[in-house]
Design a protein around this ligand. Structure first.
Ligand code: SF4
Length: 341
């Protein structure tokens, strides 16, 4: 008899796990709080390191989705309760389903850059986040509608809300260094004469072909990487953003006026998911993400039999790692469902 799995979250991890579990013969309900599938990738223009369109990846994942997967849109899950060997899954609008297993593929939220007041997001017109910049790329009109001119100097600030004790997040978000490199190249392709500066404390180019993209940024596009943390940003009368940075390699303070400052916001755990974790009495990690039983051998399992997790629900991951993790979760769930017959 087929078993029923509730997959909470229809970003790339949820879609991939749902497709695989469905192909294994299980009955799947894919539950999404928004009115569209795909999560953050809907708002990402090009992916790293190969500059593939985000839309193209989603289409590949949709192709694998069978019509027999039931999709519930607009369902914000507020409660998951174990009951008699099953789970009762309830949404804010009163919708309820019973499942033999639950997969939390709830993803991440972007760090709210307003919290870093010293960077001026939401205060100065020409301070935006990396997510805002992706939307600008998707719109395809460049920066002129926002700036009223071709940009001459643009800066990227790494580690916004990540590796930052003041923000309460000491972990690395993994993807924002390479995203800054990719976005800086996209900017240079649009405006070849613009000066682009990336201000970093550490550069994390750990993935396959990330280093090559970083080298391309320096050698082909002359993008400047400056080791230093931004101390403050302010606005001048012309609407430029004045930044003060300590260059920690040269040991000198720097003051630059930029046409645009881009904040590389990191990943944070969605508050609703952290609350659900606490209600279910699952193991805590201080950063709010879900904690697997064992990060190496049981990375998709919780202490609650039948309750699984995948993708960035357990912490920052790249797209490649997220999809691999989703496949791993599907195998673990299949194994669990066969054992409970
Ligand atoms: S990936 Fe880079 S920008 Fe992002 S948190 Fe890690 S070190 Fe900072």
């Amino acid at each position: 008899m087929s078993k029923h799995v509730a997959v909470v979250g229809a970003g790339i991890a949820g879609i991939e796990a749902a497709s695989i579990l469905n192909a294994m013969g299980h009955s799947i309900t894919l539950i999404e709080k928004n009115e569209i599938l795909g999560g953050h990738i809907n708002h990402w223009h090009q992916l790293f390191p190969n500059r593939r369109q985000g839309r193209d990846l989603l289409e590949k994942l949709y192709e694998k989705m069978d019509d027999s997967i039931q999709v519930q849109y607009g369902k914000e899950i507020t409660s998951i309760k174990p009951f008699s060997g099953k789970f009762i899954v309830t949404a804010a609008d009163g919708w309820v389903t019973n499942a033999d297993a639950v997969l939390m593929a709830t993803g991440f939220d972007l760090f709210d850059a307003h919290k870093k007041e010293e960077y001026g997001y939401g205060i100065y017109d020409h301070v935006i986040t990396s997510a805002d910049l992706e939307e600008i790329f998707i719109q395809g009109e460049g920066l002129n509608p926002r700036l009223g001119k071709d940009p001459q100097r643009i800066g990227f600030i790494h580690c916004v809300g990540s590796r930052d004790e003041k923000a309460g997040n000491i972990y690395c978000s993994k993807v924002c260094c390479i995203t800054a490199v990719k976005q800086a190249i996209e900017i240079k392709e649009l405006y070849p004469s613009v000066e682009v500066y990336c201000f970093y404390m550490d550069l994390r180019m750990f993935g396959r072909h990330y280093e090559e993209l970083y080298q391309e940024a320096q050698e082909k596009h002359n993008i400047q990487f400056i080791r230093g943390r931004l101390s403050e940003a302010s606005e001048n009368k012309q609407g430029g953003v004045v930044v003060k940075v300590e260059d920690t390699l040269l040991g000198k303070p720097l003051k630059l006026t930029l046409d645009l400052l881009v904040l590389m916001s990191g990943m944070v755990a969605p508050v609703a998911v952290t609350n659900m974790r606490d209600k279910l009495g699952l193991a805590k990690v201080d950063d709010g993400f879900l904690k697997p039983v064992d990060p190496h051998t049981q990375a998709n399992l919780s202490e609650l039999p039948g309750f699984f997790m995948a993708g960035t629900a357990t912490g920052p991951k790249t797209i490649t790692d997220t999809l691999t993790d989703a496949r791993s979760a599907a195998l673990e769930i299949d194994r669990f469902l066969k054992e409970i017959i």
